[in-house]
Design a protein around this ligand. Sequence first.
Ligand code: OXD
Ligand code: MN
Length: 598
Amino acid sequence: MVLTNNKNVLSWVDEMVSLVTPDRVVWIDGSEEQLDALRAEAVANGEIIKLNQEKLPGCYYHRTALNDVARVENRTFICTPTKEEAGPTNNWMAPSEAYAMASDIFRGSMKGRTMYVIPFSMGAIGSPFAKVGIELTDSIYVVLNMNIMTRIGKAVLDMLGDSNDFVRGLHSKCEMDEEKRYILQFPQDNTIWSCNSGYGGNVLLGKKCFALRIASYQGWKQGWMAEHMLILGIEKPDGDITYIAGAFPSACGKTNLAMLIPPQHYLDKGYKVWCVGDDIAWLRINEDGGLSAVNPEAGFFGVAPGTNDNSNPNALASTRKDTIFTNVVYNPEDGTVWWEGLDKNPPKNAFDWKGNPWNPASGEKGAHPNSRFTSPAINCPCISEKWEDPAGVPLSAIVFGGRRAKTAPLVYQSRDWQHGVFVGSIMASETTAAAAGAVGVVRRDPMAMLPFCGYNMGDYWAHWLDMGKKLTNPPLIFNVNWFRLNENGKFIWPGFGDNFRVLEWILKRCEGKVDAVETAIGYLPKAEDIDLEDLDYTIEGDQKFNLETLKEILTVERDYWLEDAKGIKELYAKFGNHLPKELADELNKLEENLNNMN
Ligand code: OXD
Ligand code: MN
């Protein structure tokens, strides 16, 4: 049944139907009845496996194609009329060329299949932050995941009314041909086309494609911001809650930080961390001249390996019901799932992510390193009361971070907003042994948006600077680095829940309750001001973490920073006249400060 009279929607759906020629078109109304029927159909055709409904109620298991396990950055394009609009860090294709090329791939791709029309809202329905999208797809897996990650169904079309302001998403699995896999964003047309993939990051079009790439462009044009940020609230013993957003490149523990449990002595005093979101934040200027943030998503699309009762009990608890697991180990004996790092008891007669019988003693990984869980946010034991608040939460601080073995200290604060934008723009992460390729290679990832910015990143920085000029009450900007290594390659800082000790310092800075030391790179804490109470961490052998160790990771290493400045210069040089002068000035100032250090 067609669910709307909106002519803009209907004519676009018709146009796409004549391109991909499905046998049937089904409008997703969002009812449990319809979703249940789709689950049953997907179980019957083998797309998903129903898990043990006593142990994991409402949970299902899915395997992607073997060649389709991650986002494909080299096949992701920003399609703007000129290459300059996409900028030097994006792949670019002219819209006419992209539409023509992809039309050939999409033509007839849904023959013999059903097309599902999924109306979805990013942001709570009715929130002034909320934006509507419609995804057309030939995958039930996509429908079921979109149901967890976004708000879907008839209510979304009711909110849209007759408006033409919606993002048009077209997805088809096509033949799963890697050579014809494309993720195309057309920011000026509010359009996304994705073909030949079934992997979440490429096909759940509300997430990276809309809520970051298209939305970052919309934010630039409309005076708001779409960022690759977690949002958390820190509750103090007096009940007061302070909100912080944090941008980290993929694989730096964003979901863990978003759901962190503070060390015991803080819990005893009454501190708590509440999760508002783990991946994306939309930011708008509020009545107080500050920035408020909403999480536009409704679920978590988290990496499974490494998630366990110690590293992130809140994430694990979120996966215990109504969750879709993708590419983890499947245990048919009791209908459960497993992944590396879950516990020390891998199942004996299970199947790996490829669907082959798996012997845990073989040394082969059972779950793909990028295997995932899709879980409703509402399942999270520490979900914030305000996670769906239409007005969002006011931010006191923005935290940037990366994985740096030597260069960045544990934490430092920018001098002001402009310097903070510089700090975000120079973000970088070093590759780890876990990823393919050379170890320790620095990948610059400004604001953690390198793969997600829908326009020229130089213009994006200018937008950040402009937003700062409009803020009378801006959040303070910090940088953290949990990943400093000692000379033996061991992590110096304990990380995980102990990161709360750094958040507490940030909180005190926001409240003006602690002073700091001005250095060449910004304000650093005095080591005594980071709480080490009950910290029991042994780096290796008998080297216990103590105040002296803390001092080691609160220093500015001039030579490393001077080396880093060269990398920043190389990055900046790519932007030509799109580089804001303020950032060039900040880089000069950094170099000058470093050269003046004694
Ligand atoms: C993600 C990512 O999947 O950033 O969230 O890669
Ligand atoms: Mn992400």
